[in-house]
Every structure is written in structure tokens, then in C-alpha cells.
Design a protein around this ligand. Sequence first.
Ligand code: HT7
Ligand code: ZN
Length: 844
Amino acid sequence: PQTIYLSDYTPPAFLIDTVHLTFRLHPEKTRVISRIEFRPNPATQSRAFFLHGEGVTLIRASIDGQPVTPDMVQGGLRCDVPDAPFVWEAEVEIAPAQNTALEGLYMSNGMYCTQCEAEGFRKITYYPDRPDVMATFTVRIEGDMPVMLSNGDPVEQGGGVAVWHDPWPKPAYLFALVAGDLVNHPGAFTTRSGREVELNIWVRPGDEGKCAFAMDALKKSMTWDEEVYGREYDLDVFNIVAVDDFNMGAMENKGLNIFNSSCVLASPETSTDANFERIEAIIAHEYFHNWTGNRITCRDWFQLCLKEGLTVYRDSQFTSDMRSAPVKRIGDVIALRARQFREDNGPLAHPVRPESFVEINNFYTATVYEKGAEVIGMLKRLVGDEAYARALDLYFDRHDGQACTIEDWLAVFEEVTGRDLGQFKRWYSQVGTPRLRVTDDYKDGTYTLHFEQETPPTPGQPDKAPQVLPIAVGLLGPNGDEVRETTVLEMTEAKQSFVFEGLSARPVPSILRDFSAPVVLERETDNAERAFLLAHDTDPFNKWEAGRALAREGLIAMILQGAAPDAAYLDAVQSMARDDSLDPAFRALALGLPGQDDLAQTLHDRGHTPDPQAIWDALETLRQARAQHCQDLAVRLYAQYQVDAPYSPDAGQSGARALANAALALITRTDGGAQAQRQYDGATNMTQQLAALSCLLQAGKGEAAVAQFYDQWRDDRLVIDKWFMMQIVNADPEQAATVAGRLTQHPDFEMKNPNRFRATLGALAANPAGFHHAGGAGYRLLADWLIRLDPVNPQTTARMCSAFETWKRYDSSRQALIAEQLDRILATPDLSRDTTEMVSRIRG
Ligand code: HT7
Ligand code: ZN
């Protein structure tokens, strides 16, 4: 397969003014007729005319009305064209019902829908399918579907025809079409300049009762983007459609967002508090793309972080404003470490702006999205809120309607602040997580922090230059009072010291507050100091971090030295949990323990070979000890944080439920599951029901509840996904592969549905001790199914290969077992480009 390089970028030879598309819908033979006004790009010399096309059958083509016979070449067609504006017309045939890859035009439960990002439009018709070619689209849909939608505003509807016009120039990846038997949940929004916008959430009949929350989230997002970023919606209609078969979470097509139904449908009975929060965030994320992605798009796919990093950053700001900012930040950092740090530590490490790819779909990663958002957060912290706002205004003014680069983005900040961001730009090109080592000294009222940064070598990047690190620091006095408020130290050198004068005693430093830079902080400290910070730090992130470090160090000692659970941790966590002045959601988070994967990585970083079973055993022992230590407190918290009011997924209620459910997990370890069974039997919402089911499964008492759950929810696809997942994630390590294997034989297991596939095989990978069980059954099962799924859906197959990305951390026997499976996948005849690239990179 061909590798594409950022350095090879050349501008398009031809630009497009208008596109007219006619779709004659048919499951097996849809006809697509395109009429495209091309003109030579004055910015280039090249006049080579190439249109991408994949799996489309050309019926006829003409230029300015004259039939032409193009050269059909690998990945598209070439044709001689005039060196002047001309009209290209073509008719092609495609088969949406055969499209199981869910890219291009496909069918899901009898409904037509599209997914064009990144390079799916070329599966619909011949076109310059690259984001720097932007055009206005008019789309005519002919078919017998009751609802037929496309981008923009409606022009004509009825009699088996719908015409849509989108006045905003856009790249083809933002094209969308939906046609089906759908019902809408309507809404309306008036923008601050007075535009009346019709809002609709389109769903399958029967799901209309699960749209109110998403509609409300959409309105909140629209208001927030006006108030915080000054961005208004720019069409008369905004449509969202829920689709069951979808490779990712959602897609920001102009005026017609398409959502995985799991990311839009919600009801208290069928969705957990976490589901509600995620839906709110994804609705916001896709809506915010209207400006950061759609009005201003990417010049090429190497610039993906330009829209994704910024939009993730914006959606995290939104969630912080809607809910609790500290709780959101802690959750984001847990996810960043679990997904992005893991990526940086393995064979899939790549820069926030990659420099080459084989298949761009393999680069929709935590590094591009989450680290991309962290980079924006650092930039804002460095330049300050006011300069950030001015830079964003300039970005929107200057680049509206353009396809841009990271250079364009940084230039507006340089212009507004007068700063040289040359060194900051390394965050986009340098791979890996910087290690930040800290030492300190104190003498005569002067306290000095000495920092040293180093980023480990990665393939192709043996030597790393120092990066700009905003390090937020506060100082606490011996009695726990804050003696220096948070200040942001700007580190630019490999080694740098910062001095604090006028202190009356040696302070305790609180470093990297709010996780102000995505680095690994290394500091020789002790449990007494960690417990002190857990008790006194005013920065909620570092307060939580101190508790997490206490737990982690205790667990490492248990794993490596067979130590008993750490009494300092047990006491400190109990005091924190009983402190009713703290937000219940924060306390629930602080009662969480480091994940198995986090511990495996820590052990590996410290030169040990992680044993997944030993990690699991240590966590179990600590959980048991904690349950005994906090027995009375758990009973008190469980009773105190029951919610009597009618269900609401707001931060207050969901925080209370999170704490009550954390208490239930403790109680289950001392009462054998009696309380969990009572909660399960009396549950009035999915948050309660699922938490109780999880406790029962972990206690080995889940059999009856599992059967009852299935009977209750057998007709709800999204809830049955939870049923699959819960049984596997909570399975004993000995049993996990067997349980997952058995569930792949269940009549409700559907390989073609990405949600169900992830709920089953993805859940196995999410049970590390089970997946990495020494016999290798987990590895074999996953490889078997990846091989089966690849010809059906390469994109989802390739993404799920990342379950193997940490393989080099483990012992030689596990490595050999995994290598065998990776080689087996690679040897599969006709393996997709997507999976070939992923497995080759992982195998190394
Ligand atoms: N911009 C979108 C990314 C995307 C995608 C979505 C659904 C299916 C396939 C996809 N490929 C890329 C989603 C987002 O980040 O908002
Ligand atoms: Zn996005």
C-alpha cells in the first residue's frame, strides 16, 4: 500500500464552484448523477485532472456536454480537460445494500445513510475527494422514502423527490444524505441575531421518546457557542439523525449531523448517567464543528488536529461549564492517560500532526483528538484568556471559508500576542509524553523548584528538543494553608529552576495543578506528603492525584513485594470519602483505583515485567481491605446519597448516584451481594440497575440478574449492548475469554453492527487480566473475530487491533502468543489496507 506524506502536499489543479447531485435511490443499484463546475486553480501550474473513485461503476461522462471516455486508473479516473472553466457530468451506479464497511452510501435497518469523512465520498461518485476543494452543493433525492434529507436548507419536498441546497462551500467529506422511514423530535432555536432555526432529531419510529435530552443539549450548545465564542448557527435547519450501524460516535456533516444511536438516544430507564453526559458532550462536539471544522476546515488530513483538537477542547470547556469543571478535568486526564499515554508508549505513537499515513482512518486517535486538545489548553494557559479570545476572533474572521493548516492557527496567536510560537510548535511534531523530573530545596525562606524535562526516544525521533511546558504550581504551608496561590511557570529549557522567596517554612509543593501539561511528573516523595496533599490541596485535580498516587504506590508494593494494603492509603481515603463538604462526584472519583493497564504501564516504566494476574489479585485484595476498613462509612454513604427526587441526569444527582454506587461496591464485598440484589430488584433507572448488576457479577452472584436483564431488555438494542459488555468486563480472568466466546455464539451477536462487536470483543480487551490470561485464549478469540470482520468492515477491525498495542510490555511467553496472532492476521489473504497498516505497525 502507498504511504502518503505531508511533505508531498500540492494544491489541487482544479477548483469547484458548484456541485449538483441527483440520487435515484435503490438498495442494489442507486444511480448518482453529478454536474460539477470546475475551473483551473490560478495558484498552480498543474492541469492534471484526477477524480477519486472507489467501487463506483461509471455509466457515462461528459465535459461541456460532449461525451468523454476517461482513463480508469487505480483509485479513480483521469481525463483530458480544457485549460478553462468547464462542466463535468457523470452518471455512476453504486450498491448501498452491499456496503457493510459503513463508509460512503450504505443501508442501516432499511434506511439509506452516508459517512464520508475522511475519504468516503469517492465511494459515492467520482470527485476530487480532498478537504481543500470546497464547493456549494445542491442535492436532488429521488426515492420512495418518507423522509429524504441532505445538507443545508430544503428547497423542494414531496412526490418522491427532495431537493436540498447548502449555500456554504464545503469539502466532500461533509456531504450527507439520509433517506428512510423516520420520525422527528422537533425543536426550535432563535439565534442572537434573530435567525429562526428549525431543529429536528430524526429516529426510527418507537425511539421518539428518547430524544428530549439530546434536543436540550443541542440548544444549550447553540447558546454556549454564541456566548463563549461568539459563533452563531448559519442555516435555517439543523437536522440530527440517529443510525444503528455506525463506525464511530457521530459525524458533523453540514446541517445534517449523523449520530450513532448510542450517542443520541437517552431515557432514564435505558441510559446511565455516564451515557447522558457523553451524549451531551458529543452533541456539543458535533455542533461546535460547524465553525471549527466546517466553516474553517483542514487543508489536508495531516491537519486533522486543527479541527479535532480544537473541537474536543471546546466541548470540554462546554461540559466544564454545564457540570463540574474539576470532575470533568479529572475524568479527561484519566482518559488521556489510559488512551493517549498508552498510544505514546507503544508502536502506534505518532505526532499530534502526523507526517505520513497509509490509511487516514487509522489516525483518528487519542493523540490527534485528546493530546490535540491538551495542546490548545496549554496555549490558552500560556497566552491568557483574553489573548486566546482575540486570537480565536481573528482566526474566525481571517479564515472563514478556508481550508487551513496548523501554521495558520499558530499565526493568529503570534499576531495577537507578539510571541514567537516556534518552540511551542514542537507539540505538533514531537512524538511521546515528556517526563518532567522535579527536585526542590529550601534555605532561609527561599524555596526553589528544579525541573528537568526529557522525552523518551521513539522510532524515527531518537533525540527530542525541549518543549514549552506551562507548569501550574501552588505552595502549601506546614499547617495545610496555601502560602502561594497557583502561578504558571513557563518552562522552555531542558533544565530550569524557579525561585519562591519570603517563605516562613519549607512548603509542600502542589505541582502541575489542573494537569496543566500532558507530561509524566516524576518526583521523589513519600506517602505522608501524598496524604497531606489529599487532605489539604486546594487544587481539586492535585487533591485527587495525591490519592491516586497513594493508591498506586501501595498497589505496586503489593504486586512487587507482596506487601499488605497500605494503612496510610486506607485512612486517607476514608477521611476524604467521609468529608461531606466535598462534592460527591469528586469523592466517587477519588474512591476509584488505578486501572489494570495503568499499573501495567507503571511497572513497565520502572523496569518490571507486568503480570496481569498479579495486578488483578492486588486490586482485588485492596478492594476487599478497603471495603472492610470503610464498612460503616459505606453504609452511611449509601443511605445518605440515595436520590428521592424524580430522575434527572444533572451533575448533582448523578454525583450522588456515583457516590452511592461506589459505596454499594464496598458493601457488596462485605455482605455478599444482598444490598446489590435489593438495588437491582428495586432499580428505577439504568444507572442503578447496571451498577447493581456489575456488583452482583463481581461477587459471582449475577446469574439470575443476567437472565432477568435480558428478558426485560431483549427488544432494546442499546441496552442489550450493555448486557453483552457487563458480562465480559466483569468476568473473572479465568473465565473472560470463555464468556466472550460464548456470547459471540448468542443469537443476538451481530458482527456487522459495530456497537455489538465492540460490546463483545472490545469488552474482552477491556478486561486486561482476562484478555492477557496466560493460556492465550483471549488473544486467539480476538484475532479470530478480527479476521472475520476485516472483509466486512475494515475500519472497525483496524481500530480494534489496538488491543494488542501494549504487547511488548509483557513476558516472552505472552509476546510469543500475541506475535502468533498478529502474524496470523497479517497472513490473511486480501487483508484490508486499514488492518494491514495497523497490524504491521503494532508488530514492528
Ligand atoms: N469528524 C468525525 C470523525 C470521523 C467519523 C465519524 C463517524 C464514522 C467515521 C468517521 N471517520 C471520521 C467525528 C468527530 O470527530 O466529530
Ligand atoms: Zn470531531
